[in-house]
Design a binder for this molecule. Structure first.
Ligand code: 5GP
Length: 215
């Protein structure tokens, strides 16, 4: 059982450490700042998983002189299975005006791509001039719809991850690092293990989004 508040949690081995996350978030913020235009940035974060990434990213953006508005959106997936196979519905819409603005949609992880592609379409339909997408983690092997985030922290293999905002059954969100959650053979309870996945973590290049229309 995990008892501690993070670093020393027993049995919790990080796939991506706190330090690695911190360095990568700074690089992502720098890339976003390089690409920023003067249309008034609205950062829209997807609840709940993006909360920790959002908080760190905003502080780095502020260090770089950006002063974005911040809002939240929530999506729920209806259909079969635990992953978002079904239809994506917006259960909480952002209240901030996005018409004519550049929106940066921030999420913890992209898996099938259904959630972010649906939310991107939704924000464009509300009149956003440009909707960029930023995720800390990407599982490209899981993609079911055509979707490529503009900013990706780490590409990871197909494992269920927790920590740094991400949960399993509302647990583990508080962890300052990211670990893999797997079912152990012969046991019903779950534990965190690395399972040889460490070498498959990649940091893709953070270049200016090719799709970005420039005014
Ligand atoms: P997608 O629509 O891309 O299939 O799913 C995206 C959402 O599924 C994420 O925002 C997240 O809530 C959830 N998700 C996908 N993979 C994982 C994972 O490995 N761990 C956790 N905790 N959530 C995940």
């Amino acid at each position: 059982m995990v008892k501690s508040g993070g670093r020393a949690a027993k049995g919790m081995l990080p796939l991506i450490t706190e330090l690695e996350i911190r360095l990568r978030v700074s690089q992502i913020a720098e890339a976003i700042a390089r690409d920023a235009d003067d249309r008034g940035l609205v950062v829209v974060a997807v609840l709940k998983g993006a909360f920790m990434f959002l908080a760190d990213l905003l502080r780095r953006l502020a260090d770089l002189g950006l002063e974005p508005r911040v809002d939240f959106i929530r999506a729920a997936s209806y259909g079969s299975g635990t992953r978002s196979k079904g239809q994506i519905k917006i259960s909480l819409d952002c209240a901030s005006p996005v018409k004519g603005r550049t929106v940066l949609l921030v999420d913890d992880i992209v898996d099938s791509g259904r959630t972010l592609s649906r939310l991107q379409r939704h924000l464009k339909a509300k009149g956003a001039a440009r909707v960029q997408t930023c995720v800390l983690l990407d599982k490209p092997s899981r993609r079911e719809v055509e979707f490529q985030p503009d900013y990706v922290g780490f590409e990871i293999p197909d494992h269920f991850v927790v920590g740094y905002g991400m949960d399993f059954d509302e647990r583990y969100r508080y962890l300052p690092f990211i670990g893999i959650l797997e079912e152990t053979r012969g046991e019903r309870r779950r534990r965190v293990s690395l399972n040889g996945a460490l070498s498959q973590v990649r940091q893709p290049p953070l270049e200016r989004p090719k799709s970005a229309p420039r005014a």
